[in-house]
Design a protein around this ligand. Structure first.
Ligand code: SF4
Length: 371
């Protein structure tokens, strides 16, 4: 499954995390300098989005809330009875993406999917990104992340693991993930990651009503006691959740979460960082590169800003920044809260066999916010 956990953790670094940051500088000076420069770039009005790389959508789970479900071959075969004829990215494409990203001062890659740790070429993908040039993070459901795997990830240059945990109640997590035994594997993966010296972020999906549950409070406590950040993403009306509108959160959930942020190491990607309020981070803080080299501005928005085989990363980012939906600062979530955009998105993605909708058919340079 894919969520949107990312390296935008607020300034709540523990002494252990500070030590890790210094450790990174000693090992990878170039990467540490680029990370340190992000704040200055943003102050100059430049952007340095995290690149979520979806090389493959293969997954050993079938989660109820997966936002990648509609990108998966299994979905395209099941629903549209077609084989995906579009060319998939290869390692040379990733090398080129890494080069262009480095040239623009971008510093962070998240390998996501699907489940990255089922990818046979995972190590080659890390190498193609180049961990000496970029801070490499991987998402995972934790199933394969034992001590040996964690040590291996660290040895090939992965710095951080973002691990999905969807309930502190074992049976509920396993049911949500449609995978008996997955809760126990996550608990094992937490220990393994910390033992191997990887940075760790827990990532959880908030569905309607969960924020006020004792279970969620338990999770906030658990993460805080283990000195691990808990990244919360909201269920959005896209991906598998299109068929589960009952999951989509309401304002009450977001309000409760904002209160919990004051006492626990819990946050969303819209949580204020270093005193500034970022709001929606489409393009400014995040982009997704899909398995067919399309670039989307947020994992929940299935409109492309262009294909990197035809358009440079620099131009794709420029398109995003001049788009009225995406470029300007906005405090709300367009795909979760803006009824006009949600309607537009639902209409334009309905029945589309290959997501994302190409540049020009979803987003374009003629977009306006008025009818
Ligand atoms: S639209 Fe903006 S606020 Fe909403 S999930 Fe995407 S990046 Fe986040």
């Amino acid at each position: 499954m894919t969520t949107m956990a990312q390296d935008t953790q607020p300034n709540k670094l523990t002494p252990a995390e500070l030590a890790k940051r210094e450790g990174l500088r000693a090992r990878k000076h170039y990467v540490a300098d680029k990370l340190a420069a992000i704040t200055e770039m943003e102050e100059r009005g430049e952007i340095s989005p995290i690149i979520r790389l979806e090389k493959s959508y293969l997954c050993n789970f079938q989660c109820t809330h997966c936002s990648a479900e509609y990108y998966m071959d299994r979905h395209q075969k099941k629903v549209f009875k077609i084989k995906d004829a579009r060319r998939k990215i290869d390692l040379d494409d990733i090398r080129e993406l890494s080069r262009q990203a480095d040239e623009l001062g971008l510093a962070r890659f998240v390998i996501t999917g699907g489940e990255p740790l089922v990818m046979k070429d995972f190590d080659a993908v890390v190498e193609a990104i180049d961990p000496d040039k970029h801070y490499v993070i991987t998402d995972t459901n934790g199933w394969f992340l034992d001590d040996a795997k964690a040590r291996h990830l660290k040895s090939i240059g992965v710095e951080k693991v973002q691990l999905s945990l969807d309930s502190m109640i074992e049976a509920d997590h396993d049911a949500f993930r449609n995978k008996p035994g997955s809760y126990k594997k996550v608990m094992r993966a937490i220990d393994a990651s910390l033992n191997a010296g990887l940075n760790l972020l827990l990532s959880t999906v908030l569905i309607k009503g969960r924020a006020k549950s004792p279970e969620f409070l338990d999770m906030c406590r658990f993460a805080t006691e283990r000195n691990v950040g808990l990244y919360v993403s909201y269920a959005k009306p896209t991906g598998s959740c299109t068929e589960h509108p009952e999951f989509v959160i309401e304002k009450e959930d977001a309000d409760i979460l904002r209160e919990l942020e004051k006492d626990y190491n819990v946050f969303t990607h819209m949580t204020p960082t270093y005193g500034s309020f970022k709001g929606c981070i489409t393009v400014k803080g995040i982009i997704t590169v899909t398995s067919t080299f399309e670039v989307t501005p947020c994992p929940y928005i299935d409109f492309s800003l262009g294909n990197l085989r035809e358009t440079s990363l620099k131009e794709v980012l420029a398109r995003g920044m001049r788009n009225p939906w995406l470029g300007p600062y906005r405090p709300d979530c367009i795909i979760g809260e803006d009824p006009k955009f949600i309607k537009l998105h639902t209409e334009k993605t309905r029945g589309v066999t290959h997501l994302p909708v190409p540049w020009g058919q979803g987003f374009s340079d003629t977009d306006t916010l008025t009818d």
